[in-house]
Design a protein around this ligand. Sequence first.
Ligand SMILES: *Cc1c(COP(=O)(O)O)cnc(C)c1O
Length: 472
Amino acid sequence: MTDFRAAAHTAADLVSDYLAELPDRPVWQPMAGAARAALLDAPLPAEGRPLDELLAAIGRDVLPYPMGNGNPRFFGWVNSAPAPAGVLATLAAAAMNPSSAGGDHADVHLERAVVRWIAELVGFPHPAGGGLLTSGTSMATIVCLAAARGRAARRAGVDVREEGLAALPPLVGYVTGETHSCVRKAAELLGLGSRHLRTVATGPDGLVDAADLRAAVERDRAAGLLPFLAVASAGTVGTGAVDAFGPIADLCAEQGLWLHVDGAYGAFGRLDPAIAHRYEGLERADSLALDPHKWLGVPVDCGCALVRDTEELRGTFSLVPSYLRDEAAGELGWFSEYGTEQTRPFRALKVWATIAHKGRTGLAQDIARCTELARRLGELVEADEELELLAEVQTSIVAFRHRPADLDESDLNALNRALPVAVQRRGRVFVTGARLGEREMLRACLLNAETTEADLRLLLAEVKAAARDLRP
Ligand SMILES: *Cc1c(COP(=O)(O)O)cnc(C)c1O
């Protein structure tokens, strides 16, 4: 083990240097062919190598080529810089290497605690056992929608675990054009058929139109189908918009629908007093999927599924074969009775470390700083004649496009479609794009409290410089 101790010290230096140097490096650069090939074509080693040689290889072949999300000038997708406390915790968690399926060991109890903390941070009710950590929101959505499916089937007199979907009329769910693709994936996997996910109308702000939702539910019910689910967003991935939960929750209660909220990116925005009012009614949802590995900066991977009714979740997944019976698991049983995985990683320690390091107050300050930066970026866009803000800045995503006066809509779309990669290749900032309705746009996501106003100005300058490069 002296070998390990020396290597661990080297690793600590390597990682510390990496993190310290990140802000002064290009945000991202394409990998040179030889560097890429060194990884892609690496031959299977016949003989082993000592730990210090492995660390040297990591320092030479891996760490110089990051995705870019650790840098304060990274504005792409929804990928945050890792919280340093979470990085440290990862090493200890790996050293313990439990399976957090259940039992009486530290990791299991800590997961119960941090799931409760997460619920408390976003203001969601938390009955004991009402949630678990997952790989991300994609998996959390599968978990939540499976519970929704089970409840709808039971109310129709069918045990879907035993009978499958064939014993039921088609189950129908309601989403919007801005709903994240993970909802459709979950619906497909659960056998619902994406045809049975209706896209309801949205207002000009991109939010669910409750009147249109009601009309769609009534139409489907009259046609003999089984409406069972509505999905709302606590921060859409395109523009960061937060649905008005109150009217949707009223309708779901009246119509017996399960209300699922996708809070992957935005749920933690509730910590910022300046925008907390947007989240009113979130606590009325039946389930909430969210990602500590986004705005909180918990190192990937870490999602979380929260449900209002613990028994719905356990009733959906519980399956305890004799070789897993365990009195030590206590009344709540195993985590593996609440989700899809049996052997589960110790995600809770990096969540614990991230939250414990900052405290609720520190997390709230960081999040408020991000929404303030986003509003500032929105102002800078609006003040610039060549740029156009495409949506209200509700949380910390800024949707905009470059709009030179001499281009028509079709040329504007071509230009804005090409811009993100052109900006990325310049290496100074990193931004990504998306389509909003008929328009191609850039979207900057502010997740890093270290970002400065100068970084925001640089982003806009880089967008315009890249556009000049692209235009003949
Ligand atoms: C990231 C994201 C997802 C998917 O979550 P993963 O953690 O990537 O699986 C779903 N919805 C929204 C709004 C997101 O931002």
